[in-house]
Design a protein around this ligand. Structure first.
Ligand code: PEP
Ligand code: MG
Length: 908
């Protein structure tokens, strides 16, 4: 089957991004809605895949390309490869997902010795023509022939030095001619061949190299980092477009714009431009560009055309656009548009604003935000009360604050970052090949370039703080230091960046947690109205519960009571309980714990009132509250040595003729005192040895403990019910839910239920009213899933404990998997995700579906939720919505993400 591989901008389907790439589809769409785009065409992503498979271009492809070039010649009145009025083209990559700077682009293609002369004659501008030529030779040499930039840069700098000029604009035609000649010689020397003069050969090599760049390291790393899978983007398209020039004089310019400010979302002209320059000058940060606002004074007519372009783009795409434009001799062209990548604050504000302006619906306002993006809003800001003084100031290019050791190259940043160090990548300017350093860094600082420079765009996309164009900083990579005013920053010195203000500080400056904006509150209110799933928090203390409330939690889905046991005032009592030789001793310890637990619950219930609080009865194996055998042996050894010292001291004192007064503390440390400590430690050691298990997480824990020591669960149940009464008496509405962990059979539930019934009957009698609470089970064993029908007959709710359930389904120890083999499994693609982070919908999900349907068949009003870590992950939330769960429960700071994801799940 032959399929069409080449589409003119006037015929391609603007919605088919998979086939035409995002850039190509938008060029087609813009052309078809009447925006002034230079003529051109798109070679499809399918052609790319065919090329990569066969390692050669499809047979008829260049024939189709030639036909398109012919029609471009017709549209522009120019000829490709001919001396008079030559047609030059740009060759750009573009896949279905935006991957800024990750793949290759070539400009000015079509220049050779003949067309160069033509261009000079036609424009009467020798300087311009040689400038275009040298740019083309370098880009083509780098991208299509694989010749490193440094081979060219060396000559460029040399000529600049000889000419005594600092900026490129200072070079005249003669200099640029010399540079072009030197560049041609570089190509000859490095590639062993002359620079190709046949323009169709240039085009073919360029197309092939763009196709190959899809599998280049940068692009592959980027796709892996951002989880771009083949079903999202497969192959790159190639966009071939007639060149227009922003560097033909002072009535020319080139720039990039955002339809709204991507830093804070406000509706204003935002972007940068340079007069008499070519596109790459703006993004590469080689000359510091001017803000678009200056254009209003400099080129007022064109500025109003640009405003109209901005309005048309936003009105059509109903989304904030990131566009590129060029003005050639007073004519404005739009060269590209795509959905703007913005930080979370800007996404939230533009969602609320665009809904208010009537541009988008509430549903769209929610769906356009990737819930994970909200994570950025949970990042800290610099403490405004900190007296720190900045050592340098740059452009606030990506908000947030972070500290770290400054590092001057991406490789070292990656190495240190991966080793767990906090690093700030400090560069003169960044390039796409620095991307691995971005991933590892806490923030990025550059001394050149604007808010749309590579560093700024990439950092914003990643939600990392970036200060760009801090010109007061001079970086010397070879000496591994940077000067910032009077300060010398050595590699490894700690600095702090504030990407919201552009300030750079020496040392680590304290930060404060972020606060929710009005806009975010509003958006999340809409989300709550739309979502079916409720979002609860996993919180174990009143403080955590308060925080969770602020994040919008609608209750507590999991309170792990063992975490209450670990507080310093309780642990000794818990240890006494564990060391108890008999029930009487154990009950004595539990009696001391009861009032403490009850007070905890009163506080927790009060904070969450009137929403439900799910309290899980004790779950972990007992040994977790005791020191390890190794530590105990060590302590016992030390105590024995110490006892010898105490004995020796006493012997020495007895032998001395004169008694001395000893400090009180020493005299208190008598042999009996040390012996008591030794006895306690030895009892602990004995207990630890008794409790030892080969697989404790599959051992004596959860409800099995509750059955072995019913008095422990009885104390907890009593504390919950008494706290309920206490709150009710105070007029606080509470809805406690008692949850049993690790259940495999109804008999276990019946056992615990008996205690619940006995205690509640007794307390209700004393209280004189019915107690309002629910009884439920965690579903975290495979057997619980298979026996869901029977379990449901005994409980009012299920809560999927997908941490343990995942462990059981995979037969992976969750304590070990994440550090040992999971990263390798993920890197090699054997498993796409870490199943302890992202719910394994194909495996664990099947069991959940089964348990939900069996449970609900038995008890249609069964309340069902999830409380494993996956409960805060948007993909997992989508699954939970489809599975018909009532709620998800996750850690407090993930609650906003989960709220948005729950609404999105309903809308998708
Ligand atoms: C679970 O297993 O998913 C769970 C929430 O319990 P824990 O992580 O405490 O074992
Ligand atoms: Mg569990």
């Amino acid at each position: 089957m032959t399929h069409k591989r080449v589409y003119a901008f006037s015929e391609g389907d603007g919605h088919n991004k998979k086939l035409l790439g995002g850039k190509g589809a938008n060029l087609c769409e813009m052309t078809q809605i009447g925006i002034n785009v230079p003529p051109g065409f798109v070679i499809t992503t399918e052609a790319c895949l065919d090329y990569l498979k066969a390692n050669t271009l499809p047979a008829d492809l260049m024939g189709e390309v030639k036909k398109q070039i012919k029609s471009m010649e017709g549209a522009t009145g120019r000829s490709f490869g001919k001396g008079k009025n030559p047609l030059l083209v740009s060759v750009r990559s573009g896949s279905a997902m935006s991957m800024p700077g990750m793949m290759d682009t070539i400009l000015n293609l079509g220049l050779n010795d003949e067309t160069l002369e033509g261009l000079i004659r036609q424009t009467g501008d020798e300087r311009f023509a040689y400038d275009a030529y040298r740019r083309f030779i370098q880009l083509f040499g780098k991208v299509a022939l694989g010749i490193g930039d440094e081979h060219f840069d060396e000559h460029f700098e040399e000529v600049k030095q000889q000419a005594g000029v600092k900026a490129d604009v200072g070079l005249d035609a003669g200099h640029l001619k010399e540079i072009s000649e030197r560049f041609l010689a570089v190509v000859r020397r490095e590639s062993g061949k002359d620079f190709p003069q046949d323009v169709f050969m240039q085009l073919q090599l360029a197309v092939e190299s763009v196709f190959r760049s899809w599998m280049g390291k940068r692009a592959v790393d980027y796709r892996r980092e951002f989880h771009i899978t083949p079903d999202m983007a497969n192959g790159t398209a190639v966009n071939i477009c007639a060149m227009v020039f922003g560097n033909m004089g002072d009535d020319c310019a080139t720039g990039v714009g955002f339809t709204r400010n991507p830093g804070d979302g406000s509706k204003e002209m935002f972007g940068e431009y340079l007069t008499n320059a070519q596109g790459e000058d703006v993004v590469a940060g080689i000359r510091t560009p001017k803000p678009l606002q200056s254009m209003e004074l400099e080129m007022p007519v064109l500025f109003s055309e640009l405003v109209a372009l901005r309005d048309k783009l936003e009105g059509h795409y109903k989304e904030v656009q990131d566009y590129e434009f060029t003005i050639e001799k007073g004519t404005l062209y739009c060269l590209q548009t795509r959905n703007g990548k913005m930080n979370a604050a800007a996404m939230v504000k533009t969602s609320v604003d665009m809904f208010t302006e009537g541009l988008i619906s509430k549903e769209r306002a929610i769906l356009r935000i990737d819930p994970e993006l909200l994570e950025q809003l949970l990042h800290p800001r610099l403490d405004p009360d900190s007296p720190a003084r900045p050592i340098a100031v740059g452009l606030p290019a990506s908000p947030g604050a972070s500290s770290g050791k400054c590092v001057f190259d991406a490789d070292l940043a990656e190495k240190l970052g991966n080793a767990g160090e906090h690093v700030i990548l400090v560069r003169e300017e960044t390039r796409p090949e620095d991307i691995h350093g971005f991933f590892a860094a806490e923030g990025i600082l550059t001394s050149r370039g604007g808010k749309t420079s590579h560093a700024a765009v990439v950092a914003r996309g990643m939600g990392k703080p970036c200060v760009a164009g801090a010109e007061g900083i001079v970086v010397d990579v070879s000496l591994r230091l940077a000067h910032a005013g009077d300060h010398v920053l050595h590699e490894g010195d700690v600095i702090t960046l504030d990407g919201g203000t552009g300030m750079v500080y020496l040392g680590a400056i304290p930060t404060i947690p972020p606060q929710f904006s009005e806009d975010l509150e509003e958006l999340l209110r809409w989300a709550d109205e739309i979502a079916d799933l409720k979002v609860m928090a996993n919180a174990d203390t009143p403080e955590a519960a308060k925080k969770a409330r602020e994040y919008g939690a609608m209750g507590i889905g999991l309170c792990r009571t063992e975490r209450m046991f670990n507080a310093s005032d309780r642990l000794p009592i818990v240890i006494d309980m564990i060391l108890a030789e008999n029930k009487v001793e154990r009950v004595a310890a539990l009696d001391r714990l009861l009032p403490i637990q009850r007070a905890d619950f009163v506080e927790l219930f009060s904070v969450m009132s009137p929403d439900p609080v799910t309290v899980r009865l004790l779950d972990p194996p007992m040994h977790e509250f005791l020191p390890t055998e190794h530590d105990l042996l060590d302590q016992i050894h030390t105590l024995r040595l110490y006892r010898d010292v105490v004995r020796g001291r006493q012997t020495a004192l007895a032998a001395l003729p004169v008694k001395r007064d000893l400090p009180e503390v020493l005299s208190e440390l008598s042999e009996e005192f040390v012996n008591d400590a030794l006895i306690k430690k030895e009892r602990m050691l004995k207990k630890v040895r008794e409790l030892q298990e080969v697989n404790p997480m599959l051992g004596h824990r959860g409800v099995r403990l509750g059955i072995a020591y019913p008095e422990i669960y009885a104390m907890q149940i009593q504390a919950i019910l008494e706290a309920t009464i206490e709150c009710t008496k105070k007029g606080i509405e509470v809805h406690p839910e008692i949850m049993v962990p690790q259940v495999i059979t109804t008999q276990e539930l019946a056992h615990v239920r008996r205690t619940v019934d006995e205690l509640s009957a007794k307390l209700e009698k004393d209280f004189g009213a019915k107690l309002n609470f629910k009884f439920g089970t965690m579903i975290e064993t495979v057997r619980a899933c298979t026996r869901a029908t029977h379990l449901a007959a005994n409980v009012e709710f299920f809560s999927f404990g997908t941490n343990d359930l995942t462990q059981a389904v995979f037969s992976f120890s969750r304590e070990d998997a994440e550090n040992k083999f999971l990263p390798m499994y993920n890197a090699s693609g054997i498993l796409r995700d870490n199943p302890f982070e992202v719910l394994d919908t194909e495996g664990v999900g099947q069991l959940i579906d089964m348990a939900v349907s069996r449970g609900r068949k038995q008890r249609p009003d069964l309340k069902i939720g999830i409380c494993g870590e996956q409960g805060g992950h948007p993909g997992s939330i989508r699954f939970c919505h489809k599975a018909g769960l009532d709620y998800v429960s996750c850690s407090g700071p993930r609650v906003p993400i989960a709220r948005l994801a729950a609404a999105a799940a309903k809308l998708q």
